[in-house]
Design a protein around this ligand. Structure first.
Ligand SMILES: [Zn+2]
Length: 242
């Protein structure tokens, strides 16, 4: 491989790694925001269920109190029944008891329903508490993990940027500006390997003569479709492309 091509291939691998690091680092805030958003939802859900449970418990106690008062009234009217003087009074106490009995039955039924709702709220609360705790743990784990990863990547980036600048000095200004220009409009890839007559930058089939020329490696050739600088590498060599 010509020296200039080898320099460009190396420069490309550095630029690809730099772009990869930048993409990982810039994705960190949105990854953490996604967990934060889920946590916020769990926290507000937890609050809503907690407050519904609280309200239900309060209303239950209130109704229970009223029920006990009515039961007391019923017991009193039972005593009254034994002291009534005439039939009219007797009928009146019975009517009163009928009404009380009905209200007592209704309250009993409502209390049972509220108790079952309570169990429902408690189980929902347990589930969402678990979810919330899990997300809090995940967030703190990811935060420290990302902090560590970002630190390593920043260190690698710092070294790479210097090495890249050094590598760029090995290439002529004309070649370098051509390389940078192609990289600018071809998704950061300016140098493409040719394999089986195909440009591995755009995956178009190259004209046979061009393929032969690239293989001969006598000059610098560009892909007629994507304009990337082409190079050929023997199969047994471990590839840095793809
Ligand atoms: Zn191409």
């Amino acid at each position: 491989m010509q020296e200039v091509i080898a320099h460009l291939v190396k420069l490309q691998s550095m630029d690809s790694r730099i772009a990869e690091i930048n993409s990982v680092v810039s994705n960190t805030p949105s990854q953490m925001q996604a967990i934060k958003d889920r946590l916020d939802k769990a926290v507000s859900g937890h609050k809503a269920i907690g407050s519904a449970l609280e309200t239900n418990k309060k209303e239950y106690l209130q109704l229970e109190k009223e029920l006990n008062e009515r039961k007391e009234l019923f017991a009193n009217s039972q005593k009254k029944l034994m002291t009534v003087q005439n039939n009219k009074e007797y009928q009146s106490v019975l009517r009163e008891q009928d009404n009380l009995k009905k209200t007592i039955d209704d309250s009993d039924k409502t209390l049972k329903e509220m108790l079952s709702a309570n169990y429902g709220y408690e189980s929902e609360l347990a589930t969402i508490t678990e979810l919330k705790d899990g997300l809090e743990l995940e967030l703190s784990g990811v935060t420290s993990e990302k902090r560590e990863e970002d630190k390593e990547l920043h260190a690698e980036l710092e070294v790479l940027v210097n090495e890249r600048a050094e590598q760029a000095t090995k290439i002529s200004k004309v070649q370098l500006s051509k390389y940078d220009r192609i990289r600018g409009y071809r998704k950061n890839i300016a140098v493409a390997k040719v394999k089986d007559e195909v440009c591995n930058g755009c995956y178009m089939h190259l004209p046979p003569q061009l393929y032969v020329d690239v293989k001969k490696d006598a000059s610098i050739y560009s892909c007629p479709y994507c304009q990337r600088i082409l190079y050929y590498q023997e199969e047994e060599v471990v590839s840095t492309e793809e």
